[in-house]
Design a protein around this ligand. Structure first.
Ligand SMILES: *Cc1c(COP(=O)(O)O)cnc(C)c1O
Length: 358
């Protein structure tokens, strides 16, 4: 049976990415060797890394003066690596979900943290917005935001204008909209949501923001090490980087991030409409904060005992990965770029049929 993959991460990748990666595992770039067994210094792999970096720059319109890196350690390492490289005294953070809270915890190891806004008391059901043209409090080295809160299904679909440098964790919504990179000193994204298999993290860093902290930084945790060596200081995660390149080529073929955004907006609108017009289901995120990548919803209280049954009902139709994170409960449908609109239709049909049966 065809599966409809709504997992939050690792999550669905395009057939293009999966097929080309599978081919390269058997025969990489006509070398007669597997991608898994060639030197990362081979000219074939160097070309992969170069093209992947160039395509990120092209797709996100990255201005001069920024470096694109592919690093290990996941987005979670960036929670520490960012402040280690950029936090001198004090940073501002928005507390918008579990990942944001984890980022705050790590930053506190390196300096003072001002939590400028939080939606924690509302179980993170909305994105606390700073007013337009936000004036950062004096002495902030940067403001850190999490653009999409994967667990709670809330998102900030804009690049805020603030008076201090910005850092963003874009792990779960990168490549779902154009980004004004010039507003950021640092953007990072674990690849396993919208780019590649787990194991690589995309980092976009403003070169001139580096070298201003006094602390000693271990070589591997210093962005400058990886900039100097083109993400090849040590052995990079070759397979995820290769898959990332395939996804980036696919995104370009699809018409770039503007075209992807349109598809993503359409998919999300369809599903939110179905939720809002349903007798059984109700969305958990406040309507002004809804994510187009992770749609969180629950059964209305009077039907709460049907949740397990609905998950089973879905899996009988090949729908997988819709069980919500334990901190929200209910359901979460992740609608990443690679998810076909057809899968959204199948989910909506399941919701409709389940409602008819109850
Ligand atoms: C998944 C996720 C992370 C964690 O990523 P790892 O690569 O597992 O460390 C961090 N932030 C956000 C927004 C995420 O969705």
């Amino acid at each position: 049976m065809k599966k409809h993959n709504f997992y939050a991460g690792p999550s669905i990748l395009s057939e293009y990415t999966i097929n080309h990666t599978a081919e390269a595992v058997k025969d990489f770039a006509g070398t007669g060797l597997s991608l898994l067994e060639v030197s990362h210094r081979s000219k074939e792999f160097v070309a992969v890394m170069d093209e992947a970096q160039a395509l990120v720059k092209e797709l996100l319109d990255v201005p001069e003066g920024y470096s694109v890196l592919f690093l290990g350690g996941g987005a979670s390492l960036q929670f520490a690596m960012g402040p280690m490289n950029l936090l001198r005294n004090k940073a501002g953070y928005l507390d918008t979900g579990t990942w944001a809270a984890n980022a705050i915890k790590e930053a506190r190891l390196f300096g003072d943290v001002d939590v400028l806004a939080s939606s924690k008391d509302a179980n993170y059901t909305f994105y606390p917005r700073l007013h337009a043209d936000y004036e950062c409090p004096d002495g902030l080295d940067y403001l850190h935001i999490t653009t999409n809160n994967t667990i709670y299904g809330t998102e900030l679909r804009e690049d805020p204008t603030v008076t201090c440098p910005l850092i963003a964790d874009m792990s779960s919504d990168i490549f779902s909209r154009p980004v004004d990179v010039a507003k950021y000193d640092l953007i990072y994204a674990g690849a396993q949501k919208n780019l590649a298999p787990a194991g690589v993290t995309l980092v976009i860093v403003k070169d001139s923001a580096l070298g201003q902290v006094e602390r000693a930084i271990p070589t591997m945790l210093d962005y400058r090490t990886h900039i100097k060596k083109g993400s090849m200081f040590n052995t990079p995660p070759v397979l995820p980087v290769y898959s990332a390149l395939m996804t980036l080529r696919y995104y370009k073929e699809q018409g770039g991030v503007k075209a992807l955004e349109k598809l993503d907006l359409d998919k999300a609108a369809m599903l939110y409409d179905a939720i809002d017009s349903s007798r059984l289901f109700i969305g958990t995120a406040r309507s002004d904060s809804r994510s187009i990548m992770n749609v969180t919803f629950v059964m209305k209280p009077e039907y709460a005992e049907l949740e397990k049954e609905f998950v089973d009902f879905c899996s009988a139709r090949g729908i997988v990965g819709i069980k919500g994170h334990r901190s929200v409960g209910g359901f979460r449908a992740s609608l990443y770029n690679a998810l076909p609109v057809e899968s959204v239709k199948v989910l909506i049909e399941a919701m409709t049929d389940f409602q008819k049966a109850h």
